[in-house]
Write a protein that binds this ligand. Structure first.
Ligand SMILES: Cc1ncc(COP(=O)(O)O)c(C=O)c1O
Length: 328
């Protein structure tokens, strides 16, 4: 075997990279890398060194935000959470907030798509293959701009199905860091696909509902209370957090009785009037079935529609929540 495995020259590798054209590459628009010192647009070059501890230890943190019609939504909140994750996971931030924003906006401009996803990775950096972060001289920043994938309109009209997950949940301290250790989340995603449902939801050791693989859940009870699982045990989602703020207007109008974090069981969900999922890419999706039981009347409900409308209005019109990509 080893005699037939060739050692490649530098030029041969470059040639091979130039040949690498995969169908999914068409979604990759631009990547900024401190390792390269700039932005690349050829998907074949969107790579991370294997000795970056991000690769072999999952030692990195990340954020995913979106740009809609040339406006990045909730960028400051995503960067606040990035800073929180960095501090909690002892990752030094080499950049000021304004430098980070400038680099993100420059990468989006290069990607040249009005609607796109932006993934920001802060890695421990290259430095060897041990688990010790002390062998890495410098952390790295990678920003990737891709097309924005959103569910088909009929998913909002029809609603989605949910199952309880059997994958053990991350402990609160780790659940709160958006780290690149996403194996439980990956297994939950696989679980959902294998079960033929859109999402599974994790249950904590006390039997309380936690979160989806990369989204939060919430419910409106028959007493019109908008309740979400407690954020001390799950990732504090920016989408659901913003919906809770916007839903205050529905308390004022008498539609909702209150919004709150609560200890919620699957039984609470089965008996809810409505249930929904929240996440950056799709905003709000109504849940019509959970563990094979119909939620509410089995149709997307008033509050799921209302929350989506409030959020969509916010991301187009709320000046404090949006960062324009193009300078006027
Ligand atoms: C584990 C987890 N929970 C919840 C969310 C939803 O958060 P957000 O609304 O900020 O996208 C995400 C998304 O990144 C996630 O990874």
């Amino acid at each position: 075997m080893s005699e037939t495995v060739r050692t490649l020259s530098f030029d041969e590798v470059v040639d091979r990279l130039l040949q690498k054209r995969e169908p999914y590459h068409q979604n990759y628009r631009a990547m900024y890398s401190t390792w390269y010192g700039g932005i690349v647009i050829d998907p074949a070059l969107m790579m991370v060194p294997i000795d970056d501890h991000l690769v072999h230890r999952g030692d990195g943190i990340f954020e995913v935000c979106k740009c809609v019609d040339w406006n990045v939504y909730a960028l400051d909140r995503h960067l606040d959470r990035l800073e929180y994750s960095a501090k909690t996971a002892s990752h030094p931030l080499r950049f000021s907030r304004s430098e980070l924003i400038e680099t993100i906006l420059a990468t989006i401009r290069t990607g040249n798509l009005p609607d796109c996803s932006i993934r920001i990775f802060l890695s421990r950096g290259p430095g060897g293959f041990s688990p010790s972060p002390y062998e890495c001289p410098e952390s790295q920043l990678y920003i990737v701009v891709t097309t924005l994938k959103t569910p088909a309109e009929e998913e909002y009209q029809r609603g989605v199905s949910l199952r309880s997950s059997v994958i053990p949940i991350k402990k609160d301290y780790f659940a709160n860091i958006k780290s690149c250790n996403y194996l439980p989340n990956v297994l939950m995603r696989k679980e959902a696909v294998d079960a033929g449902v859109e999402f599974t939801v994790s249950i904590d050791e006390q039997g309380f509902l936690a979160e989806g693989p990369t989204e939060n859940i919430g419910m409106v009870t028959r007493n019109r209370e908008f309740l979400v699982p407690r954020f001390d045990r799950i990732l504090r989602g920016i989408t659901v957090g913003r919906v809770m703020e916007l839903a205050e207007s529905l308390i004022g109008s008498g539609d909702l009785a209150k919004t709150a974090e609560a200890d919620l069981t699957p039984e609470d969900a089965y008996n809810a009037a409505e249930m929904m999922m929240f996440g950056t890419s799709f905003d709000v999706l109504p849940v019509v079935n959970y563990d094979g039981r119909r939620i509410g009347d089995g149709q997307p409900g008033y509050f799921a529609r209302k929350f989506l409308e409030l959020l969509r209005n916010d991301l187009r019109n709320c000046k404090e929540m949006i960062t324009p990509v193009r300078r006027m």
